[in-house]
Design a protein around this ligand. Structure first.
Ligand code: 4AD
Ligand code: MG
Length: 454
């Protein structure tokens, strides 16, 4: 007999005389002559109730089948008389696969998110985290499907790189030199130059878009920014499409379609896990996501956004003025209070954006866009790229980016085309669709300043 996943078993259309399941005990309740085991194997939110009569093979070990222990059971799947479950298993045999003594940390009670982070190796066994990581997996598959359906080519851009895409200097160094013995010169290092973990696959993605037309990357990215917020991690995954023969407008269209499709995937295809988030994590989640599915997204220029912020009576910690970056509080005011919908802000001041963005004719702004969503703020950052050789070259010279970027300028020298793309922070998407408020709780083993456990 082969073990079946509880997800499949619970979807059964009829009673079955012989099945086998295995999982971890959530609870055991003893009655006279028999016991109930709630068995969960993580394949779905639900557990299977197993009825174990005294005297069946393996039942002599019932006393050791404590919360957290691994158990397998076989027997008949029958309609359950109990409320809230269609099926239960009447066991004809059980076996204790792996014991969990009484100090098992995940006893049945509410635990704080902080405590759960300390046991990140066990927390996927808890309902909420199991649901989060199933959603994360489902979204990963949906990302690839979304782009495959639209003929985008998936490109694996390098993780180790010598270029700083965002020009923000927030890179982790990659070296074989021992810092304790004084480090050493980059020329004598492994790559014979300074190398880093990538902050974005965009620049390499552009090279491939300027050959294969529509491409996307989906991989880990790293930022050594010392941000202690609920929305920043040092290691996160980014989805970056890049489209040739495309302008900012086409870029914004794709970003909105993509976000809507990802939300639809979870709301419609994962109803059981989604219900858990709406009920226990965030009561406003369902309404918010329904709005995403039914209402058009708002688009405003940066200049309009600043005017709205200057005119409102909200008191902000950071002042608003044209030419400065929008702070998270400003972004959240726009999307959560003013528009109460996802908002794409476009045409940002040149001065606050990276070198690769396309200069607008006004001489003051670039063709950049950020997609802001309620509860998160910035979910996506993107732009049309500067495709004009001379403009790009002088911008890079100004920023001291001349060395090592010849290949990037070549893309403008040989058959240059207008092109655009964006980056979506995958963890922020998972937060948005689950309502989970801290990025540390949607990453299996999060890396943040001062924290590299597991
Ligand atoms: O806005 P960013 O910095 O844009 C880029 O890196 C571009 N090269 C993307 C492109 O055009 N191809 O980052 C993109 C997104 C942000 O909107 C945010 O969702 C996420 O990446 N992000 C982070 N997520 C978690 N932790 C961090 N430290 C993040 N930094 C950025
Ligand atoms: Mg950004």
């Amino acid at each position: 007999m082969r073990r079946e996943l509880i997800k499949r078993v619970l979807q059964s259309a009829e009673e079955r005389s012989e099945i086998q399941v295995a999982g971890w005990v959530r609870t055991r309740r003893d009655a006279k002559g028999f016991s109930f085991l709630e068995l969960n194997d993580g394949s779905c939110l639900g557990s299977l109730q197993v009825v174990v009569d005294e005297g069946i093979p393996g039942s002599e070990q019932l006393k050791q089948m404590l919360t957290g222990s691994a158990v397998s059971a076989f027997g008949a799947l029958v309609a359950s008389p109990a409320k809230g479950q269609a099926w239960e298993l009447h066991a004809t045999g059980v076996s204790l696969v792996g014991e969990a003594p009484e100090d098992y940390p995940l006893q049945k009670k509410r635990h704080s998110a902080e405590f759960m982070r300390e046991i990140a190796h066990l927390r996927p066994r808890a309902n909420l985290y199991g649901a989060v990581f199933r959603v994360r997996s489902r979204l990963t598959q949906a990302v690839h499907r979304f782009f495959a359906e639209r003929d985008f080519v998936n490109v694996h851009t390098p993780i180790i790189t010598a270029s700083d895409c965002e020009g923000a200097g927030e890179m982790f160094r990659v070296t074989t030199h021992d810092p304790l013995s004084g480090g050493g010169k980059p020329e004598e290092d492994f790559f014979e130059k300074a190398a880093y973990l990538t902050v974005s696959g965009q620049l390499e993605g552009e090279a491939f878009a300027c050959a294969l037309s529509n491409i996307y990357t989906f991989g880990p990215t790293f930022r050594a920014e010392n941000s202690h917020t609920s929305r920043h991690a040092a290691e996160f995954w980014m989805i970056e499409p890049e489209i040739a023969f495309c302008d900012l407008e086409g870029d914004m269209d794709l970003a909105e379609e993509f976000v809507r499709e990802m939300v639809r995937e979870v709301v419609e295809e994962m109803p059981e896990d989604f219900a858990l988030f709406s009920k226990f994590v965030d009561k406003g989640l369902e309404d918010r996501l329904q709005q995403v599915l039914t209402k058009p997204f708002v688009r405003v220029s940066y200049t309009e956004a600043v005017a709205i912020l200057e005119a409102c009576d909200e008191s902000f910690d950071y002042p608003v003025s044209w030419g400065e970056n929008l702070q998270s509080e400003h972004e959240r005011f726009l999307t959560e209070k003013h528009f109460q919908a996802p908002v794409t802000v476009y045409n940002y001041p040149t001065r606050i954006k990276p070198f690769y963005m396309r200069q607008n004719d006004d001489g003051k702004t670039v063709a950049a866009m950020d997609l802001l969503v309620p509860g998160i703020g910035e979910l996506i950052g993107g732009s049309q790229r500067e495709e004009r050789y001379d403009l790009l070259k002088s911008k890079m010279d100004e920023e001291g980016l001349s060395e090592g970027y010849d290949w990037y300028l070549d893309l403008r020298k040989y058959g240059t085309v207008p092109h655009a793309g964006f980056g979506l922070g995958f963890e922020r998407l998972v937060m948005f669709v689950t309502g989970v408020g801290n990025i540390r709780d949607v990453i299996p083993f999060p890396r943040t300043p001062g924290n590299c456990e597991f």
